[in-house]
Design a binder for this molecule. Structure first.
Ligand code: GCU
Length: 604
């Protein structure tokens, strides 16, 4: 008996080792839609699985014949208690909460499945790319485990070359959006936990050897040199690569001899800026492949408390934005038209800057910001009370940071990498965030590091910025809610500000709530008049502080939040938007617009 038991345990361990060790790890594939890709968007079949019955057997052990096998009855006596083909369908991309009423507040596992046709070529390599899946996902192709991913707002790519076959294939994705204390973000946030395959899914074909990653930007603050870094994936065979920027009459040809290649091109491109967001067509030709991209060239730096864009000081006229599509009664944004509407509103407001809170937004938002000339603050979802001393939590946060930077490092609009939002001041948090900031700086020394910090009073009328994290960032973000969580609006008139840092400060949040069309006097909470008074008093106060070089008030549009239940006013919406979900502009929108118009006229 003893030997049998040992044999059984050994077999289980061997199966576990084989299934985990052959998971193909996520590879960073730069700019998937600039390559040879096929969309897997559209209707997918789903099975809602709150007990994870499709994954575990009745002894809570991983079931080797789980739903990911997509089994079909072959005999009339077969017992199979699921069938994707006969199950409900859902649109991908898109969260499940807004598509299926019964799933509005659902937090748990949903299985996704679809078929796709393929004629694999002998020298081809095949990848599946997800723009984002919130929050944890396990990916299977033709019933085999391919890989997994943790994090709801960053893209990932898995190689499926060894799993695909001629003609009909199927992909199954286990998506679990349960919030967890040790996750990033943690259990409590002030936004809606939209679950699902919330962004595009692509099938990508490459050659055996291909350009997997690249970065193309001005060389270290120079405006007459372009630095190119290329990573080649696959068996290194002698091959020629050419990098072309036709409008700059650049056609650089080189022989590839190493998997990592870096070179400099003498060029003086027109510099990208909000008033002239110049983008250049870039082509990378390698073997049979052509990768196309549109890239802007600019420098960003600080000098004391100034922020310099292309060497000239700039005031960031911003607004904070959650990734929620307008006119959809609460849904994750994912489409080009969502980006066009949302960033169009920011331009109408007079913005040259947007804070994309509190997580990396979809790639279309960033590419649209490149086109429209909006500077971007992009944020890692290290929000509020993360488990600072949990190693796995740090690894998760760092991985999401790496994926955020890798995806958008060629986007001129992105100028600020934000490490966190409103985190409590303590030593474990400082170590956690200091390490993230160091990681970001190592990966991308060309951009500025920031975080949304808090301030405190040193006396009744003086606000102080002295969070120790300030030492490790280039630009200090600071959230304040004078007139909303902190006194009444006119309190702002009595206050002054101090900072211990000789660094630029951006007021990354201020604001108040109002239900569109709800009116009263300036002291009646929830009226447009009260919200407008919050804006008027804060703008007047902040505009007097010389080290404040920008702001991104909270927030462009009302957004769904389970923390906001007040009936007839909030109804589970955070009402601090300047615009309602139906696109109605509240009075404070015009107050901020007027301030920004004045700042722009003054050359800020
Ligand atoms: C906080 C937080 C936001 C939140 C806002 C609010 O500052 O950063 O995520 O939505 O305040 O209370 O509305």
């Amino acid at each position: 008996m003893k030997i049998q038991k040992q044999l059984y345990i050994f077999t289980i361990l061997l199966v576990l080792f084989l299934t985990t060790s052959i998971i193909s790890q996520s590879i960073h594939l730069q700019n998937p839609t600039g390559r040879d890709y096929t969309s897997l968007n559209g209707k997918w079949n789903i099975i809602v699985d709150p007990y994870e019955n499709g994954y575990y057997d009745y002894r809570y052990q991983p079931n080797p014949n789980g739903y990911f096998k997509n089994r079909k009855m072959e005999n009339r006596w077969d017992l199979i208690e699921y069938d994707f083909d006969k199950s409900p369908k859902i649109n991908v991309p898109g969260d499940w909460n807004s598509q299926i009423d019964e799933l509005y507040l659902y937090e748990g596992t949903v299985w996704y499945q679809r078929y796709f046709e393929l004629k694999p070529e002998a020298d081809g390599r095949y990848f599946i790319h997800f723009g984002a899946v919130n929050y944890e996902s396990i990916i299977y192709v033709n019933g085999e485990l391919v890989g997994n991913h943790v994090g709801g707002f960053t893209s990932f790519t898995l190689e499926i070359t060894d799993y695909v076959k001629e003609d009909t294939n199927f992909v199954v994705v286990k998506v679990d959006n349960k919030r967890k204390r040790e996750a990033v973000p943690t259990l409590n946030t002030d936004w809606f936990n939209y679950g699902g395959i919330t962004r595009d899914v692509h099938l990508i074909k490459t050659s055996k050897m291909f350009v997997s990653d690249y970065s193309i930007s001005l060389a270290d603050k120079k405006t007459d040199q372009i630095e190119v870094n290329l990573n080649i994936e696959g068996p290194l065979l002698p091959a020629k690569l050419s990098l072309e920027i036709p409008e700059l009459e650049i056609k650089k040809e080189l022989k590839i001899e190493n998997s990592s290649t870096k070179f400099i091109i003498e060029a003086s491109p027109i510099l990208w800026n909000p008033d002239n967001p110049k983008l250049y067509d870039v082509l990378i030709k390698f073997g049979e492949e052509i990768i196309t991209d549109k890239i802007g060239f600019r420098t960003i730096s600080t000098d004391g408390t100034d922020i310099l864009l292309n060497g000239k000081s700039i005031y960031l006229r911003g607004i904070s934005i959650h990734e929620e599509a307008p006119f959809m009664n609460g849904a994750r944004a994912y489409a080009e038209e969502h980006a066009t509407t949302i960033l169009g509103w920011a331009k109408e407001l007079g913005c040259n800057f947007v804070r994309l809170a509190h997580y990396p937004h979809n790639e279309k938002m960033i590419k649209k910001a490149d086109e429209l000339g909006l500077l971007v603050w992009s944020e890692n979802p290290v929000y509020w009370t993360i488990l600072w001393e949990n190693e796995a939590t740090y690894k998760n946060a760092e991985n999401q940071l790496v994926e955020m930077i890798n995806r958008d490092k060629n986007r001129a609009s992105v100028v600020l990498w934000s490490m966190s939002n409103e985190t409590p001041i303590n030593d474990p948090r400082l170590i956690f965030l200091k390490n993230l900031a160091a990681k970001a700086r190592t990966m991308d020394p060309s951009r500025l590091i920031t975080a949304a910090l808090e301030r405190h009073y040193i006396n009744e009328t003086t606000l102080m910025i002295d969070d120790p994290l300030g030492e490790f960032v280039d630009v200090i973000g600071c959230n304040e809610y004078i007139g909303w969580y902190d006194g009444l609006p006119e309190k702002a008139q009595k206050l002054s500000w101090q900072s211990i840092y000789d660094k630029p400060v951006i007021i990354s949040e201020f604001g108040g709530g109002a239900l569109f069309g709800h009116h009263g006097d300036e002291l009646t909470r929830w009226t447009e008049e009260y919200q407008n008074s919050v804006y008027k008093n804060n703008i007047e106060m902040l505009d007097k502080v010389d080290f404040i070089k920008g702001m991104s008030p909270w927030i462009l549009k009302d957004f769904r939040s389970p923390r906001r239940p007040l009936p007839q006013i909030q109804d589970f919406w955070n009402r601090k938007g300047l615009i309602s979900d139906e696109g109605q502009r509240k009075s404070a929108f015009f107050t901020l617009q007027k301030f920004y118009s004045k700042k722009a006229e003054m050359g800020n």
